[in-house]
Design a binder for this molecule. Structure first.
Ligand SMILES: NC(=O)c1ccc[n+]([C@@H]2O[C@H](COP(=O)([O-])OP(=O)(O)OC[C@H]3O[C@@H](n4cnc5c(N)ncnc54)[C@H](O)[C@@H]3O)[C@@H](O)[C@H]2O)c1
Length: 310
């Protein structure tokens, strides 16, 4: 197939491109390097199965021209603002990069007869709800960040385009993803702070924020396995059953850096920042029943990622 990967110069998108090319597909990547990097796709330069467009996906005119030129038959939509803290003070970042990119891509799909879509959604659409009741069937979706709101808005408009245009759509809602090519987040912050000053470690919140961390290559495995879906929208929560607390992540970083007895200084409060969901876990029964489970626990994914960052 000829696939368009929107946001393909990003952390997850670049791994997806590698997997698609390894499976024998041609890939057209569109990314404006808003957060993604040239470094992530550098190894693909000169590969006849790869083509790069440096363009803003919120610009429908540009997107439509790419669709007309490239005749793709599957769109993998991973473009978004992935820096949730940054958009807390400027919601327009989400409207442009997370919501409008979805609209442009859907409209170009409609006008060019493209029927297959993968959408990278997020556990942030559930907001602060957690536990067994947070399955794909949960009716009350209450995002608390602008990012989560624009992802949920994207899911809504995808649902209508799928119905109106007989599209086959796979939506994955996943939590924090870590692994090779990661560029920001709590692991980076801790490593950088300790490199600058190993006398103590400042930790946002009370350290008990606890979330599942999914290894990037586990996620890619699930996308590749489930990408051929029937007509309509197929939705899965994708993640790991276990969680890692912020304090546990700090301990793992210290262990791997060979530092012991470092005092942890907590800024206090439940969450790291407003819009952060401090404790999260959700129901993964559906994807497990479909035959997929992550190969690594949350702590294992943290350990492996810390080793790569160091
Ligand atoms: N990393 C996670 O923990 C996580 C969790 C849940 C969902 N997701 C979703 O998965 C997807 C990939 O996440 P990631 O961690 O690889 O983030 P990322 O920031 O590395 O990748 C997103 C890519 O989209 C590009 N982009 C953003 N706005 C654009 C625009 N207007 N035009 C063109 N390109 C644009 C960025 O430059 C970047 O390369 C995102 O949609 C994200 O919301 C990520």
């Amino acid at each position: 197939m000829r696939a368009l990967v929107a946001g393909g110069a990003g952390f997850i998108g670049s791994h997806l491109i590698d997997a698609l090319i390894a499976e024998g597909h041609d890939v057209v990547c569109v990314d404006n390097y808003f957060i993604g990097t040239r470094e992530n796709v550098k190894h693909l330069a000169g590969n006849s199965h790869f083509k790069m467009y440096e363009q803003d996906l919120a610009d429908f005119g540009v997107v439509n021209k790419i669709f007309k030129a490239e005749q793709v038959d599957y769109v993998f939509h991973l473009a978004a603002n992935s820096d949730i803290q940054a958009s807390a003070g400027n919601p327009a970042i989400e409207y442009h990069n997370t919501y409008s990119t979805t609209f442009s891509l859907l409209e170009a799909m409609r006008l060019n007869g493209v029927k297959k879509l993968f959408f990278a959604s997020t556990s942030a659409v559930y907001g602060e709800q957690m536990g067994r009741e947070v399955s794909e069937e949960a009716v009350a979706l209450k995002p608390i960040s602008y990012y989560g709101g624009c992802k949920l808005g994207s899911e809504a408009i995808i649902s209508s385009y799928a119905y109106m245009n007989d599209m086959s759509v796979l939506v994955f809602r996943f939590p924090n993803v870590i692994g090779p090519r990661l560029t920001h987040g709590v692991i980076f912050d801790f490593v950088n702070r300790l490199r600058e000053d190993p006398s103590h470690l400042r930790i946002l919140g009370d350290g008990r924020q606890s979330k599942p961390y999914l290894y990037a290559l586990d996620l890619i495995d699930a996308i590749m396995r489930f990408k051929d879906v029937k007509k309509g929208v197929t939705l899965y929560n994708v993640g790991v059953e276990t969680q890692s607390s912020v304090t546990r992540i700090a301990e793992i970083v210290c262990e791997k850096m060979g530092l012991s007895g470092i005092p942890f200084e907590y800024t206090g409060g439940r969450g790291g920042w407003k819009g952060d969901v401090p404790v999260f876990a959700y129901n993964l029964d559906k994807i497990h029943a479909a035959g997929w489970t992550a190969s690594m626990t949350s702590d294992e994914a943290v350990e492996k990622t810390v080793e790569m960052v160091l």
